[in-house]
Ligand binder design. Structure first.
Ligand code: ZN
Length: 136
C-alpha cells in the first residue's frame, strides 16, 4: 500500500503525495499530511469485483467522489447507478453509500468530505487575480 508523505511545507502551503495512482491500492487519507482545515481528502482503489467492505453515512459532512480510473456501481440508500472514469458523485449526509468495481482494471477514486452547506464564495466570487512575478 502506498503511503501519504508530506513532501514540503511553507508558511502558506503543504504538499503531500500518495504516489503514483497507477498501481495504488487500498485507502489513504490526506488531511494529516497536509494539515487541511476545510475538508478531508482520501484516495481509494478497489480491485475488480470488490466493494468497500461496509456501508456508511455521515452526520455533518457531504462527500464528493471523483472516479479517476475504472468503472463500477455506486449505491446510495436503495438507488444504484453506474459510474466510470470522470464521474463525480455528491452524496449528502444521513444516507448510506458504497461503491463496487466492476471493470477489468481497478477503480481508483478520490473522496472529498466537507461540512454540508459550508461552501460560501467559490471560484471568482472568492478568488481575485493578483500581481506577482512568476518564478516557474
Ligand atoms: Zn465517508
Amino acid at each position: 500500500m502506498s503511503e501519504v508523505k508530506t513532501i514540503n511545507q511553507g508558511k502558506n502551503f503543504s504538499h503531500a503525495s500518495v504516489g503514483c495512482l497507477n498501481g495504488f491500492e487500498g485507502k489513504q487519507f490526506v488531511k494529516d499530511a497536509t494539515g487541511a482545515t476545510s475538508c478531508e481528502i482520501s484516495f481509494g482503489s478497489l480491485p475488480t469485483g470488490a466493494a468497500v467492505p461496509f456501508f456508511h453515512s455521515h452526520k455533518d459532512n457531504e462527500e464528493n467522489y471523483i472516479i479517476l480510473s475504472g468503472a463500477g456501481k455506486f449505491q446510495v440508500d436503495e438507488c444504484v447507478f453506474d459510474v466510470a472514469e470522470g464521474s463525480v458523485v455528491r452524496v449528502s449526509t444521513a444516507c448510506d453509500r458504497n461503491l463496487k468495481c466492476t471493470s477489468a482494471e481497478p477503480m481508483t477514486y478520490v473522496c472529498i468530505q466537507a461540512k454540508e452547506g459550508s461552501l460560501g464564495g467559490y471560484t471568482m466570487t472568492d478568488a481575485e487575480i493578483t500581481e506577482r512575478e512568476s518564478l516557474l
